[in-house]
Design a protein around this ligand. Structure first.
Ligand code: ZN
Length: 311
């Protein structure tokens, strides 16, 4: 007969393990926002209000995220730098996304020029709380030639920077452009269909990248999701977070997600880029698997559906 103490211990152990396995089973996602802080004008909100709305939605759910700064979008002015600082002060990580958002796949863009932009952005963000040596490639493009790709891989290593990969890529920017276009024509337009399309779009991508992760890694990886510092998220990030939570996903931090070994991989693609998972799929010669189109269509499907509704 086990003693009462042993029984209690076993119950505690089993209970604990059940909790552990539930946590382990829950698919997780980390939120990251690129191109910020964005000082350009939009309908409905000032840049400061958009920044505050994003931070408020994150705070409401206790979500720790990362902001990837593109200096020329605002951090080169005191008012923009103050918005970036607010992210660090609120406990979010602040990473590097160049100065002018140049494209490493552009034939006129040299490796040296791209590396200089990383250093120039670093000089700005290193003064901020939350500063991390995390580099997010612009357009998720890591070089159109092996020389650029390997040159950046080596440079990041030398600088002590990590490639802040994305696994779950969304086309929030495309729906954001549609939202602004509609509101610029009519400031009181009913934008509910755009909100619904946006939520559906993010969910479709989340499920598709989860499937891809299982196909490639045989498991659920902690996903790192890409969104932007824009109006659509200022309005509806709250709903996006609530959607993930209500569907059983756990929200993790970028720091915790990046600790997963998958984010150390370097796919052997000549022109590396896109979601890490897509890049891996290409490297493995997976070709056009089922659902591939909806991962690379830049939100065409949702935009066409909105057009059909007269938007
Ligand atoms: Zn960007």
């Amino acid at each position: 007969m086990p003693s009462l103490r042993t029984l209690i211990f076993r119950v505690l152990l089993t209970g604990w393990c059940a909790v552990c396995s539930l946590v382990a089973m829950a698919q997780s996602v980390a939120f990251t926002f690129d191109d910020g802080p964005q000082l350009s004008q939009t309908p409905l909100m000032t840049p400061g209000q958009r920044n505050q709305a994003l931070l408020a939605a994150l705070e409401k759910y206790g979500v720790t995220s990362a902001l990837f700064v593109t200096v020329a979008n605002g951090a080169d002015r005191p008012e923009g730098l103050a918005l970036a600082r607010a992210w660090g002060q609120a406990g979010h990580a602040v990473g590097n996304h160049t100065v002018t958002h140049l494209d490493l796949h552009g034939s006129a863009v040299t490796l040296a020029q791209y590396q200089k932009e990383l250093l120039d952005c670093d000089a700005v963000i290193r003064t901020l709380p939350g500063y991390r040596k995390w580099f997010r490639f612009t357009y998720l493009r890591e070089g159109n030639t092996p020389e650029k790709r390997d040159g950046m891989r080596q440079f990041l290593k030398e600088q002590g920077y990590r490639n802040a990969y994305v696994s779950l890529d969304t086309s929030d920017w495309r729906l954001d452009a549609k939202l602004r276009e509609v509101l610029e024509k009519n400031a009181v337009a009913d934008v509910t269909p755009i909100k619904q399309a946006y939520l559906a779009h993010v969910w479709q991508r989340a499920e598709a990248y989860r499937e891809l992760s299982k196909k490639l890694q045989g498991r659920d990886i902690p996903q790192v999701m890409l969104m932007h510092h824009n109006l659509i998220n200022a309005l509806w990030l709250d709903d996006i977070i609530a959607m993930f939570k209500s569907r059983g996903w756990r929200i993790t931090t970028p720091e915790a997600a990046f600790a997963d070994p998958v984010y150390q991989l370097q796919p052997d693609r000549a022109a590396a880029g896109q979601s890490l998972l897509l890049s891996m799929a290409h490297s493995l010669g997976l070709g056009r698997f089922e659902g591939w189109e909806r991962l690379v269509d830049d939100g065409d499907f949702e935009i066409a559906a909105l057009k059909a509704q007269g938007l």
